[in-house]
Write a protein that binds this ligand. Structure first.
Ligand code: SF4
Ligand code: MG
Length: 285
């Protein structure tokens, strides 16, 4: 990387040094985020990174932008609220699998169906890393057997498929990356941020300490086939449910009005004036 490019990247690095375990998959996503912000020439003063709870929850502290480290499972309501308050901001929601699919699972559907113009990056390590390795909604039963030392009792629940879930909920951009392939993480974050509407970027991000899955994902991740039509939600759902494979790339993309545009439309139809005036009146009442 050229010295100029390095200098450009530093603009997006926070002053707090990451405390993640060496080798944690989250480092790739952080590096890709710096690079994506630099390549998209985002102004740090106009970016907000919201996070939930878990190892990934520390993300905002490591980026030079505005940040909101919220409570467990509430990353999506927080991010949507920020976007509604100031639609000019670029808003990233960063959270883990436990945060976004267990305690916060109910918010996923509503952020997707509102088509809020935010990018939801899910760092999925298939485990509760911060609390030392309990099974999460995406833990794979077969791997639990494999890693008996970490999960001596196994689990009795089936895993959630976050990509299939996002597609079924109506998300307008759905993609998957793997931390072991940082160039693709970068590409998909950039595409997600550039897409107008709710973008879901699922990142397979191994926890080296409690659930070391690098070898496993190296074997089972394959590119989305070139023949795949990303405008077909049905084909994307089928692809996301292929047994034994984790496809990487863009599953689905659809362009349409986002949450802010829909709100403006409703206000215009209702003949109630502009959104700022209504908000002002509400505050003063
Ligand atoms: Fe990463 Fe796991 Fe360490 Fe958390 S516990 S920082 S997820 S390697
Ligand atoms: Mg997790």
């Amino acid at each position: 990387m050229s010295p100029v490019a390095m200098q450009e990247l530093k603009k997006y690095q926070g002053v707090v040094k990451p405390v993640w375990c060496p080798g944690c998959g989250d480092f790739s996503v952080l590096t890709a985020t710096y690079q994506a912000m630099a390549e998209l020439k985002l102004d740090p003063a106009k970016c907000v990174i919201a996070s939930g709870i878990g190892c990934s929850g520390r993300f905002p502290a490591y980026v030079n932008s505005y940040g909101f480290h919220g409570v467990h499972g509430r990353v999506l309501p927080t991010a949507q609220g920020i976007k509604i308050a100031n639609p000019d901001l670029t808003v990233l929601a960063v959270g883990g699998d436990g945060d976004g699919l267990a305690i916060g699972g109910g918010h996923f559907a509503h952020a997707a169906r509102r088509n809020a113009d935010i990018t939801y990056v899910m760092l999925d390590n298939q485990i509760y890393g911060l609390t030392k390795g309990q099974p999460s909604p995406t833990t794979m039963p077969s791997l639990v057997e494999y890693k008996k030392s970490h999960q001596p009792y196994g689990i009795i629940e089936d895993r959630i498929n976050p990509v299939a879930m996002a597609l079924a909920y109506g998300a307008s951009f759905v993609a998957r990356a793997y931390s072991g392939k940082v160039a693709q993480v970068l590409d998909l974050i950039k595409q997600g941020v550039s897409h107008k509407g709710f973008s879901f970027v699922h990142v397979l991000s191994p926890c080296v300490t409690f659930y070391p899955t690098y070898d496993f994902f190296r074997q089972v991740t394959v590119p989305v086939p070139e023949t795949h039509d990303p405008t077909s939600r049905l084909d994307a759902i089928t692809l996301s449910q292929t047994p034994g494979k984790f496809f990487l790339g863009v599953f689905y993309q659809h362009d349409g009005p986002d949450m802010t545009e829909r709100m403006q439309l409703v206000k215009a139809k209702a003949g109630r004036g502009d959104i700022d005036a209504i908000a002002q009146a509400y505050v003063q009442s």
